[in-house]
Ligand binder design. Structure first.
Ligand code: PEP
Ligand code: MG
Length: 900
């Protein structure tokens, strides 16, 4: 940077230095004003100090050399353009000073109006406008805004001075205060500033201007702004611009006023100008809610010419920027000025409607429409939401937003209690609140409308099940103590009993006391359907669903799944009519007893597979062999001891023996590190008969369904493989079992065998088993767990600190860690493709439903991703976006993508 660097960009009807595309330099506001000036939209003239000044100021605590000269020259230019002079007693020029980063940022200083006014030129302003009352009103506004924002006098102190005068005069609104009353207010504000800061208000306009500019730059560093940037991942160094603009006055009488509006409705997307107007008022009055504004549409009656002009200009702006705009305007004695235009913030529903409508109107392309929708916001549209349109109460706890949507229900502290409270037909909404959920709680989860857990993370049991069920879930909520024995729940300082109402916002992880109203999500949103149709047209990578039951599969098919990428068969075993048989199998002391239990299970599994194959044919269905450690099928030791106690008191010998057997077996199966224990393919190696039963059920089901005329496409997947020998061993067993089945039935059917890659060793050595399988699927939940050494179920305890401290930028269980886990995937894919060019590669961990991760997987060249049915639309959109954004050929180069 040197003396010749350009820091200041002018805009007005006579000269425009900047343009709309210069957001990075001029901020959103400055760029919008420059573009409007280029379009000959009436904007008051002014100039914008570029964001580079902010960066320099923050680094050096000083303004760059050469800025002062450019500011002085621009001020002279502004005086010439506007025909008024800064600090002139007869005809003073007043300016507004406003912040404006490239991305609009609440939390920063926004606006100071009427800069340049003082006791010396007050009369001049009064003469200029024919009203001393108006001049005093403008002056008190300057003192109030400058005092609170620049000099940091608490805003409330100004309000009390104002209120006292209003009370004395017996008036309800600011606009009714008399001229002497305003003089009293001005004097009161002067006194307040002097008392609070020890200095009088700076009367020198130049001093006001430079202090205001510095305050804007300083506000970039304030805590709220920093917090907002952290939350929204905005670059700390991008800085804010400062716009200095000639004042136009909305407080010059009833033919003046100020308004804000949108070119389309920001909550519904409906295509009609929408907003508010307040006559005889200046900018802040609308937001401050001092008087009730009227709808912009009412201007059609009160100021028809202004209304027509506003409609014409804003629709031109929308056409020009090819997006819905939010705009600010002022009317000064019947003349309209635009003060700001920018892309309007909008609800998820509105975003979809606006994008689709604009594509239909040929304003934007289909690709652009797709690109504009935040894929993660789709979940918001599809699930019922708490209606926050009335007052939003304080959240009583925060947790991880593990599964989106909202839930309002009565508290139940155990799965059994949930079933009881939900009623026979599930008619009562229940929220299951537990320390954590386990497979034993499935029945309670099935009836609950949402889950809240004190522990657990994004891939904990509660989270995975909730997303699978499309239910709202908050995990790892801090400050929650569940006491099941006492049957009580403490959240922060509040005590709750079972049956009390609780409301969950799964999209943000907020917990509220009481029963908040729910707003049904628009079922069958037609614009969303159109958008999803377009994303299917524009993407060639299939999205499959993780579906464990025939019910899930039906939902997945209806939602457009292009196959099932993961059917976790253990979830079929957990059904209450099967649990006793799986328990007998686990408790069996010899092969014959074990086989007997498996023989009972076989037809049940087969029946499920048949239904799933029928629902999905001819699409592929990946069925994963049993994965979890066997002790998870047994009740917990606490439960067993409790039941044992009861059985002993009843002297029920048979029950006592059974329970003691379960306890003993449970003890022998329990592991200190179950996630790294006797699970996955290790189970099939120690208990091959389980594999034989499952493979038989899968292939018999396929044969039966084929006989009925369907075209089933079974894919058998082996979990948690570490080395090639495991696969070789198991593949042999699968193929021998298949041969037996085909021999028995006198017919055969095509099936594929594949493996999951969930262990770092499997990823690093993928080439060694590439020729043994026809597909692989990355189990990114376990792969993340095993790569970081972070337990899926317990990591919450420390992950929050990692995120708060910025040690990790994202929860690796939600958004794939591209650098580490991603590198393992890349290594594996490279080897797999080299050794087996025909191999199919998919992803079925929870990351398969995360938009940012999906873009990354696509860049690695995967053939499909699989996610829970509720996330299918989101994943479909994210994949289309990834394909529209990425180049044609997906090489294995390291590319780090973020998604709009
Ligand atoms: C995984 O580990 O990513 C996976 C899909 O399997 P599960 O979540 O069932 O362990
Ligand atoms: Mg796994």
């Amino acid at each position: 940077m040197n003396r010749n660097t350009k820091y200041v960009y002018r805009f007005g009807s006579l000269a425009v230095d900047g343009k709309g595309s210069m957001r990075a330099e001029l901020g959103g506001k400055g760029a919008g004003l420059a573009e409007m000036a280029l379009l000959s939209v009436p904007v008051p003239p002014g100039f914008t100090i570029s964001t580079s000044v902010c960066r320099f100021y923050l680094e050096h605590d000083n303004m760059p050399l050469g800025l002062k000269e450019q500011l002085d020259a621009s001020l002279l230019w502004l005086e010439g353009t506007h025909g008024r002079r800064f600090d002139n007693r007869q005809n003073p020029l007043l300016v507004s000073v406003r912040s404006g980063a490239a991305i609009s940022m609440p939390g920063m200083m926004d606006t100071i109006l009427n800069v340049g006014l003082n006791e010396r030129n007050l009369d001049g302003l009064a003469k200029q406008n024919g009203s001393m009352r108006f001049a005093l009103d403008s002056y008190r506004r300057l003192l109030q805004m400058f005092g609170s924002v620049v000099l940091e006098v608490p805003k409330k102190r100004f309000d009390s001075v104002l209120e006292a005068v209003k009370q004395r005069e017996g008036v309800a609104t600011d606009a009714e205060i008399s001229q002497p009353g305003l003089r009293n207010i001005v004097d009161g504000f002067h006194q307040l500033i002097l008392t609070h800061t020890g200095e009088p208000f700076p009367e020198d306009p130049q001093m006001q201007l430079s202090m205001a500019i510095e305050a804007v730059l300083q506000s970039w560093k304030n805590e709220r702004a920093q917090h907002y940037r952290r939350l929204h991942k905005i670059d700390e160094l991008s800085g804010t611009a400062v716009t200095v603009q000639a004042m136009v006055f909305g407080n010059r009488g009833m033919d003046s006023g100020t308004g804000v509006g949108f070119t389309r409705n920001p909550s519904t997307g409906f295509g009609e100008i929408f907003g508010e107007f307040l006559a005889n008022a200046q900018g802040e009055d609308i937001v401050a809610g001092i008087r009730t504004p009227t709808a912009i549409a009412a201007l059609a009656q009160t100021m028809p010419q202004v209304y027509e002009e506003l409609r014409a200009i804003t629709s031109r702006l929308e056409q020009h920027f090819r997006d819905a705009q939010d705009f600010e305007f002022t009317v000064e004695n019947g003349k309209l000025f635009l003060l700001q235009t920018r892309s309007a913030k909008r609800s998820a529903i509105a975003a979809v409607k606006i994008a689709v409508d604009m594509a239909m109107e040929k304003l934007i392309s289909k690709e652009e429409a797709l690109r504009r929708i935040k894929a993660s916001s789709i979940a918001e549209i599809l699930s019922p939401q708490i209606d926050f349109s009335s007052d939003t109460p304080e959240a009583i706890a925060h947790g991880l937003p593990a599964s989106p949507g909202s839930a309002v229900g009565r508290i139940a502290l155990s799965a059994d209690a949930a079933v009881e409270a939900a009623g026979k037909h599930g008619e009562n909404p229940v929220i299951l609140v537990t320390q954590e959920t386990t497979a034993d709680d499935i029945h309670g989860m099935a009836v609950a409308v949402g889950f809240l857990t004190a522990q657990g993370g994004a891939t904990s049991h509660a989270a995975v099940v909730a997303r699978g069920m499309g239910k709202c879930c908050i995990t790892g909520a801090k400050g929650i103590v569940v006491d099941q024995t006492k049957g009580s729940l403490q959240i922060g300082d509040l005590n709750f009993q079972p049956g009390d109402w609780l409301s969950l916002d799964g999209s943000t992880g907020r917990v509220f006391a009481g029963k908040l109203p729910l707003r049904q999500s628009e079922a069958g949103n037609p614009e969303l359907d159109t958008l999803l149709e377009w994303s299917l047209e524009l993407s060639s990578t299939p999205i499959r669903a993780n579906a464990d039951t025939p019910q899930d599969a039906a939902v997945a098919r209806r939602a457009g799944a292009q196959g099932i990428g993961l059917c976790r068969t253990e979830h079929m075993f957990f059904a209450s009519d099967r649990l006793p048989h799986i328990r007998s199998m686990i408790l069996a002391s010899n092969i014959a007893d074990r086989q007997k239990a498996l023989d009972t299970l076989l037809p049940m599994q087969q029946a499920d597979f048949e239904t799933i194959f029928r629902q999905m044919a001819p699409l592929p269905v990946t069925i994963r062999l049993l994965d979890p450690p066997l002790h998870e099928f047994l009740p917990t030791a606490d439960d067993l001891n409790h039941q044992l106690h009861l059985a002993q008191s009843r002297q029920d010998v048979h029950k006592i023996n059974e329970l003691e057997g379960l306890l003993l077996r449970g003890q022998s199966l329990a592991e200190s590190n179950p996630m790294m224990g006797h699970r996955g393919c290790r189970l099939s190696i120690t208990y091959p008969e389980i594999l034989v039963m499952q493979v038989t059920a899968i292939l018999q089901a396929a044969l039966r369904v084929e006989e009925e005329g369907f075209l089933p496409a079974p894919e058998i997947m082996v979990p948690l493989v570490a080395c090639a020998e495991e696969i070789r061993w198991l593949r042999r067993l699968i193929d021998e079992t298949a041969k037996d089945v085909f021999r028995k039935h006198g017919r055969s059917i095509e099936y594929e065998v594949g493996t999951m890659i969930e262990l770092p060793r499997a990823a690093v050595c993928a080439g060694t088993f590439a020729d043994q399988v026809s597909f692989v699927s990355f189990g990114t939940n376990d792969l993340t767990q095993m790569t970081f050494g972070f337990s899926r179920d317990d990591a919450r305890k420390y992950l929050d600190s990692y995120l708060e401290q910025g040690i990790l930028s994202d929860d690796p269980f939600i958004t794939i860690d591209q650098e580490g886990v991603g590198a393992l995937m890349e290594t594996a894919i490279r080897q797999l493709r080299l050794k087996n060019p025909k191999i199919k590669i998919g992803v079925c961990g929870e990351h398969g439903g995360d938009p940012v991760s999906i873009a990354f997987f696509k860049s690695l060249g995967v053939d499909y991703v699989s996610c829970s049915p509720a996330r299918l639309p989101m994943a479909q959109l994210a994949m289309a976006q990834a394909e529209a954004i990425l180049p044609e050929e997906h090489t294995l180069g390291r590319k780090i993508y973020s998604v709009v």
